[in-house]
Design a protein around this ligand. Structure first.
Ligand SMILES: CC(C)(COP(=O)(O)OP(=O)(O)OC[C@H]1O[C@@H](n2cnc3c(N)ncnc32)[C@H](O)[C@@H]1OP(=O)(O)O)[C@@H](O)C(=O)NCCC(=O)NCCS
Length: 237
């Protein structure tokens, strides 16, 4: 039996963020020659090798997660504005950052949207970046939490939470959402966050969506955030 490398054994407890019915797959190791569908190969043909590896490896994760839903291998070519085109009846999200790739999928009958994002647990580059991706009320609580729990890069956590919200938002709306159009608050003890929309949200089953809820974790040098949207209660009535 081949020896298992440390990278193969390493994993992050992302199931804490996205419990069933979400199916997850992750890896800390790129597949040097990932199997791609011809249309995926065409899409990524001109990219640099590192992008081709991350593109292929995360699609391997996505196909592994889809298999957990009983969905056979399908091409996952980026669609409008880069949003992945999931098979009918599936919602999902993919993320990659240095050394880590992950995908999450669920039956669309169970969840309306998923957004997953991973970032290194490192501070944002400088004040300019912080001001570009946060609103004043976020900067206020980031300062407080940095003083009491400096092991978490709270500025980067807000950035990641916004990216996961955007990945859940975009497939629902087909619209861009800028960094000053949502305000994040976190519950540091519970590992949760809320994104309050500062612009009109999509109307789902006759109700305007005002908030996304999510969970976060800080582990193995990574910050991972996940936003999910459940169907309005009327959908289950
Ligand atoms: C799209 C975006 C969120 C991707 O995040 P990122 O940290 O750069 O990259 P990640 O590796 O975590 O995620 C990349 C994956 O996101 C997914 N993605 C890209 N665009 C997407 C979109 N419009 N909707 C949903 N998912 C998208 C893709 O699966 C992509 O992987 P792929 O290129 O291999 O197919 C980011 O580049 C972006 O455009 N951000 C600006 C919008 C924003 O975040 N607003 C905040 C509002 S509060």
């Amino acid at each position: 039996m081949p020896a298992t490398t440390q990278a193969e054994r390493k994993r992050v407890a992302i199931e804490r963020l996205l419990p069933p019915p979400v199916v997850l797959a992750q890896t800390f190791q790129d597949d040097p020659a990932p199997e791609l569908f011809p249309e995926e190969r065409r899409h990524i043909a001109d990219a640099v090798p590192s992008r081709r590896r991350e593109f292929g490896t995360v699609r391997g994760c996505a196909r592994e997660a889809l298999a957990g839903l009983g969905v056979g291998p399908v091409a996952l070519v980026p669609g409008v504005q880069g949003a992945p085109c999931w098979p009918a009846g599936v919602v999902g999200s993919m993320t990659h950052c240095t050394g880590f790739r992950a995908a999450a999928v669920a039956p669309a009958a169970e969840l309306a949207a998923i957004g997953l994002d991973a970032e290194p647990n490192l501070p944002l580059r400088d004040r300019e970046v912080l001001e570009a991706v946060t609103v004043a009320q976020e900067r206020a609580w980031i300062g407080v939490l940095c003083a009491v729990r400096p092991e978490v890069c709270w500025d980067r956590l807000v950035f990641s939470a916004k990216e996961s919200v955007y990945k859940a938002w975009y497939p629902l709306t087909g619209r861009r959402l800028d960094f000053d159009e949502a305000a994040i608050t976190v519950d540091a003890a519970a590992g949760t966050f809320t994104a309050r929309l500062l612009v009109p949200g999509p109307v789902l089953a006759g109700e305007e969506l005002r908030r996304f809820h999510g969970r976060w974790l800080c582990e193995s040098g990574l910050l991972v955030t996940a936003a999910t949207l459940t169907h309005p209660p009327s959908r289950h009535a």
